[in-house]
Design a protein. Structure first.
Length: 432
């Protein structure tokens, strides 16, 4: 199997040599021949790497996704697959020691010291040591891995969706149109029974393109200078804070993001079906018909993967919602509990503060999160400033991560009746 990581490193070295040759003018005959040889080798490596680029295919109502590409990391991670840092990015990236660090000083301790340290790099291709003018110092892979693992423990969306590691800031995913079952199926597929020698109706496949463009999430944290003096404990606290912070804001964006400068959240996606409240329904209430109607608009193929995502303010309404059984006045709760886990209409319930509050559109969401995809870039960055809160002897830290996310569907699916719309994402409308 080809070592794609070594190929990428070799290409980087060739580019450096090419830049050096181009900077020298005029070139003699031997130097011109060398430059041409370098360019030919660069094109050869770039072609092989481009051909190995991973892609998601077969996007449609059935949620069929597969990955194409080498097994050195950067493989698509499915909803039930491991999302650990090494599983996503393989051997790419550099450890603290590879960057020039040492055992006596950790990465965060070096950054927080405000002094020069050979392990602090802002650009890996030339292993350049400099000030963090490019958006912070590169976070070594073992530190980034720990931050990522803390985030995964707290997140709702990423552990349950597709995650595609990205080599560049843009990833284009080919897919089929969702379709309208009253006229055709996914991608414009039609079929009919034809007699012998009969004419077969043709169908033109309807294609679309999903484009993930990395958005830069910048997290700020303010802490006392005393934290930096407790190196081991302080570093652990910083990784925990960064991980939990990234998890909170990523989840919020994947649920509520506008898609403009941030991921496209489920609540704002064009494919999400909104279920209207019942006629005359009181404000800030939830009734049983709301939940059954939401279930009726869940795409049948997504039912087995669906979960209820509810704002914490809905808990009193859901806990007191019940159905009368028989004529004796007995009632059964709509939300069932078993071993500390809640279910509504057989589907698990997750409570969070990251959706909308009771009564607003989005306080209850029924979602198949396997129909959401996240693109994640390697290479976190971190830096600090002592100037912003100098008078209080505090530091301002900044961590930067790049990612994007959006539903795999671009619109609801119209069923064969020509009117009913279904989707992997169904939301309850506002009750005022």
């Amino acid at each position: 199997m080809k070592d794609y990581q070594k190929m990428r490193e070799q290409l980087a070295l060739l580019k450096d040599r090419h830049n050096v040759l181009n900077s020298k003018k005029p070139l003699n005959g031997a130097e011109t021949d060398l430059r041409n040889d370098v360019e030919r080798e660069m094109k050869k490596l770039e072609k092989e790497l481009n051909e190995s680029t991973h892609s998601l295919t077969n996007i449609g109502p059935q949620g069929a996704l597969r990955i194409q590409g080498p097994g050195d990391g950067y493989a698509l991670a499915g909803p039930k697959a491991s999302k650990q840092y090494r599983d996503l990015f393989g051997k790419s990236g550099h450890t603290w020691k590879e960057l020039g660090g040492d055992d006596s000083t950790g990465f965060f301790s070096a950054v927080l010291s405000g002094r020069h340290h050979p392990g602090l790099k802002t650009h890996i291709q030339n292993m350049r040591e400099t000030v963090p003018g490019e958006g912070g110092f590169l976070v070594p892979v073992e530190y980034a891995s720990k931050i990522h693992e803390v985030a995964l423990e707290d997140e709702l969306i990423m552990p349950r969706c597709y995650v595609q590691p990205m080599r560049s800031n843009e990833l284009k995913i080919p897919g089929m149109a969702i379709g309208d079952h009253s006229t055709a199926l996914m991608g414009g597929f039609v079929a009919s029974y034809v007699s012998e020698a009969g004419t077969i109706s043709e169908a033109d496949p309807k294609l679309r393109q999903v484009v993930l463009n990395c958005k830069k999430l910048t997290g700020l944290l303010r802490f006392s200078s005393e934290l930096t003096e407790d190196a081991p404990g302080g570093e652990s606290q910083l990784m925990n804070i960064c991980g939990k912070g990234l998890a909170w804001y990523r989840d919020k964006a994947f649920l509520k993001g506008s898609g403009a400068g941030e991921p496209l959240g489920i609540l704002n996606a064009g494919c999400t079906v909104e279920v209207a409240p019942e006629g005359g329904q009181a404000a800030d209430t939830i009734v049983y018909a709301n939940l059954t109607n939401m279930m009726a608009h869940m795409y049948a193929g997504s039912f087995k993967n669906s979960v209820w995502i509810c704002h914490q303010s809905t808990i009193p309404q859901l806990l007191t919602l019940s159905l009368e059984v028989g004529v004796g006045g007995s009632r059964i709760p709509v939300m069932q509990e078993s071993s500390g886990e809640f279910k509504i209409l057989t589907r698990p319930v997750i409570f969070t503060e990251k959706t909308e509050v009771l009564g607003d559109k989005g306080d209850i969401l029924l979602a198949d999160l396997s129909q959401y995809v996240v693109g994640l870039r390697n290479g976190m960055r971190f830096d600090t400033s002592i100037h912003v809160h100098f008078s209080t002897d505090e530091l301002l830290g900044r961590i930067i991560e790049r990612h994007d996310g959006m539903p795999l569907w671009n619109e609801p699916l119209t069923l064969a009746d020509g009117t009913t719309e279904v989707s992997p994402f169904v939301v309850l409308g506002e009750r005022t």
